[in-house]
Write a protein that binds this ligand. Structure first.
Ligand code: JEB
Length: 287
């Protein structure tokens, strides 16, 4: 995958040379190119911003500078149903333009998985009050895939940190980047609905703190059940929204018992109590 990042602070992205992404880059699995937006300015002062029309605080990034950069970096967009390459490995032509912004849709593991199927991604990092809105409109109208994404509900000073997050989340999903693909499989089970269970390593006794006995027992079925129970408890305590989104049909009797003990009861439409065409729902009673 080729990833182009455009920013007025290219040094911010140096962190991607470390660790997993750097290794993937050196192995030729990711072709990451960081560009200085000011290379597309035409004036002596290399100006990228100006005052907002309509008034208000701060500065806005000029569309003409961004337009020159993106015209250079974005390949021709694909047609409505254009794919490149044979069979199931086919990917859409063109690139996906990603614009980090606090007003974007939330960047989730699903979005990372979608972006990891792209052959090319261009990340446009804004600063100040953001990028003139005509930029996104222009490239969308021209048929490019464009996503305005937020990494979460807090305020940053620019898109660079969000771009770091997105590149790392996407790059580790590319074939060959994560050494042990089994860890991606186990993770996707977790991401399918529950937080991860707590993990432990040596020494088995650290001061007063002992590793739970069951993990030393070698009883794989009991270990799996213990881990599942801890995952259910943690998720109910920290992310009730994730419990509410679970399909009760995917849970076994023991799961339902654990959740019932935490105040979560799966219910069916009382008019159709046994009819699987009517989805089960959750009812939560605080203890
Ligand atoms: C991303 C950015 C700014 C209003 C306030 C501040 C470009 N989750 C996130 N929080 N903040 C950003 C983000 C993401 N993704 C973010 C790009 C820019 C913040 N700012 C500052 C703009 N408008 C400028």
């Amino acid at each position: 995958m080729r990833i182009d990042v455009v920013t007025i602070f290219p040094d911010y992205l140096a962190a991607l040379d470390l660790s997993l992404v750097g290794k993937a880059r050196r192995a030729g699995l990711v072709d990451l190119r960081v560009h200085d937006l000011r290379d597309w300015t035409l004036d002596r002062h290399r100006t990228v911003d100006d005052t907002p029309f309509g008034g208000g605080a701060g500065m806005v990034m000029r569309p003409d500078v961004w337009g020159r950069a993106l015209d250079d970096l974005l390949p021709e967009p694909s047609g409505p149903d254009d794919t490149v390459g044979p069979g199931p490995a086919a990917v859409a032509a063109g690139a996906h333009l990603v614009v980090p912004t606090p007003s974007g849709e939330v960047f989730t593991q699903r979005r990372a998985e979608e972006l990891a199927t792209e052959d090319r991604m261009v990340l446009a990092c804004g600063r100040y009050e953001g990028i003139d809105a005509r930029v996104v409109e222009r490239y969308r109208a021209a048929g490019h895939r464009v996503s305005e994404l937020s990494i979460g509900d807090y305020v940053l000073n620019g898109g660079e940190v969000a771009a770091l997050v997105m590149v790392e989340a996407v790059a580790r999903l590319l074939p060959g980047v994560v050494g042990n693909p089994q860890s991606l499989v186990e993770e996707s089970h977790g991401a399918a609905g529950l937080l991860e269970y707590p993990v432990y390593t040596k020494p088995p006794r650290w001061g007063d703190a002992e590793v739970p006995e069951v993990l030393l027992s070698g009883h794989h079925a009991r270990i799996d059940r213990w881990r599942r129970d801890r995952a259910l408890e943690r998720t109910a305590a920290r992310r009730p929204d994730m419990i509410a989104a679970l399909d009760p049909e995917t849970l076994d009797a023991h799961d339902l018992e654990v959740l019932a003990g935490l105040g979560w009861r799966a219910t069916r439409d009382p008019r159709h109590p046994a009819d699987s065409r009517y989805a089960a729902r959750w009812e939560h009673v605080a203890e």
